[in-house]
Design a protein around this ligand. Structure first.
Ligand code: PEP
Length: 249
């Protein structure tokens, strides 16, 4: 069975004090026996501070890093440095990085290898544009984004979760319906079965992301192939995020 995961992508939001009080609120609100993995992805400048005050089960990940381990790469941080700080996860392939920062599949593959080398878990994001959904090429698009994983070993795949995030639903208030989301998640599971094995595919968590909030989380998380969520806007408020965490069974 795949782990249930609720991940919070804070993006480039919050001042330091706000980030600290958000984590404090989550620490107080998440039940001690919470079975889902809860991972926050704060802006990287706060990672160290947040880890130092975090005495809970909440894990802290990084939204971005560079694939080299060290050297003359001004402004960058590496996966081994993140690991050294106590980061457990990284996001790779988020549509904002693919689009705004021109991250190619070639670069994403190098980032995947680098995170695996550093022993950091990966949430690999994929998703189609509105045009691709409307012209019917959305399944093909996702399949092509998943191909990047094809050469990974079974052991490496144990460190990977997938987040399906339709670009048209990110930050727009438009959510995929449970039917649309489940159809895509079942498709992703099928691709993983065909590429690897049924056993391995059943162990890989597939998260939904795209305007997931406290009102729609329950219905989405009830779908058989949805193993949790990657939450943007709604993860910035303690109450909303706690309600989303509460929706996962
Ligand atoms: C995201 O960017 O990962 C995301 C899911 O954002 P939002 O929830 O705001 O759509």
């Amino acid at each position: 069975m795949a782990n249930k995961i609720i991940a919070a992508n804070w993006k480039m939001n919050l001042m330091r004090d706000e980030a600290v009080s958000l984590l404090e609120g989550l620490k107080n609100g998440i039940p001690e026996n919470e079975k889902a993995d809860i991972v926050i992805f704060p802006p990287s400048i706060y990672i160290s501070d947040l880890i130092s005050i975090n005495d809970s089960q909440i894990e802290v990940g990084a939204q971005n890093f560079y694939f080299e381990n060290k050297g003359a790469f001004t402004g960058e941080v590496s996966a081994i440095q993140l690991k050294d700080m106590g980061c457990t996860h990284v996001l790779i392939g988020h549509s904002e990085r693919r689009e705004l920062f021109d991250e190619s599949n070639e670069l994403l593959f190098k980032k995947i290898k680098s995170a695996l080398h550093a022993n950091i878990k990966i949430i690999y994001c994929c998703g189609e544009s509105l045009q691709e959904r409307e012209d019917g090429s959305h399944l093909m698009k996702i399949q092509s984004q998943l191909e990047i994983l094809n050469s990974l070993t079974n052991n490496e795949l144990n460190s990977i979760s997938i987040a399906y995030e339709p670009i048209w639903a990110i930050g727009t208030g438009l959510t995929a319906t449970p039917l649309q989301a489940e159809e895509m998640h079942a498709f992703i599971r099928r691709v993983l079965i065909d590429t690897f094995s049924k056993e391995l595919a059943s162990e890989i968590s597939i998260l939904y992301g795209g305007s997931c909030n406290e009102n729609n989380a329950n219905e989405l998380f009830n779908c058989p192939n949805i193993d949790g969520g990657l939450i943007g806007g709604a993860s910035l408020k303690v109450d909303s995020f706690l309600k989303i965490v509460d929706s996962i069974k």
